[in-house]
Design a protein around this ligand. Structure first.
Ligand code: GRF
Length: 209
């Protein structure tokens, strides 16, 4: 039986669609049991149209700490009740709360459009260009209580060309994200991800693609 995953989104949903496409073609033995979002977004609309259960939980971004903690607890309980094996943040623009992180310790993945620890934050592609970096890339990491910080699972570099703009660079970065995130999810679900402190080793599995 495939792994049960919940996917967190806030944006356009290209990583969510890439995950779903992998699952559909049998390259990732998983089922997306819930797509949750902190705001209305195209990713959530797509999930609804695809017939996937969705949850819009705007309180995850509430100003009140109490309200946010309750939303964190509710989401963690929902995911536990659904028997979720892994939580995949695919363009989810918030740090999950401590209750969820505790309940799913070592089972929450995030994809980020830079080679962390370079260029954390919400504008990584733009920031890499502004810094004049010759190379940027993609990181998939386990999520801890700091933004864009947890143990690095997979990274791949993307060359920055002299004439790149955010519009020309972002699609090349996203194309790598769409490959790396499903590969990391698969390794996690198959128990091939060994974590020791900040070091993550992936034991090679059978190739799919
Ligand atoms: C991705 O670049 C992801 O790394 C970042 O937000 C973007 C989301 O894109 N955290 P999408 O919603 O998956 O298209």
């Amino acid at each position: 039986m495939g792994g049960r995953i919940a996917v967190g989104v806030s944006g356009s949903g290209s990583n969510l669609r890439a995950l779903a496409a992998r699952i559909d073609r049998g390259a990732l033995d998983a089922e997306i049991v819930l797509v949750f979002a902190d705001r209305p977004c195209a990713a959530l609309d797509w999930a609804t149209e695809a017939g996937i259960d969705t949850a819009l939980i705007e309180d995850l971004g509430a100003r009140s700490l109490d309200t946010r903690a309750l939303a964190d607890w509710n989401l963690a309980e929902t995911l536990k009740a659904l028997g979720v094996d892994a939580v995949v943040l695919a363009g989810f623009m918030r740090l999950p709360g401590p209750i969820l992180l505790d309940a799913f310790a070592g089972r929450v993945l995030n994809v980020h459009p830079s080679l962390l620890p370079a260029f954390p934050g919400a504008h990584a592609v733009r920031d890499a260009l502004a810094a004049g970096a010759a190379v940027t890339g993609v990181t998939v990491h386990l999520v801890d209580e700091e933004v864009d910080h947890g143990p690095i699972v997979l990274q791949e570099a993307v060359e920055v060309r002299d004439d790149d703009t955010p519009e020309s660079l972002a699609p090349r970065v996203h194309a790598v994200e769409h490959r790396l995130l499903p590969a990391a999810v698969r390794a996690l679900l198959e128990g091939r991800m060994l974590v020791e402190g900040r070091t993550v080793q992936i034991i090679e599995g059978e190739s799919t693609t």
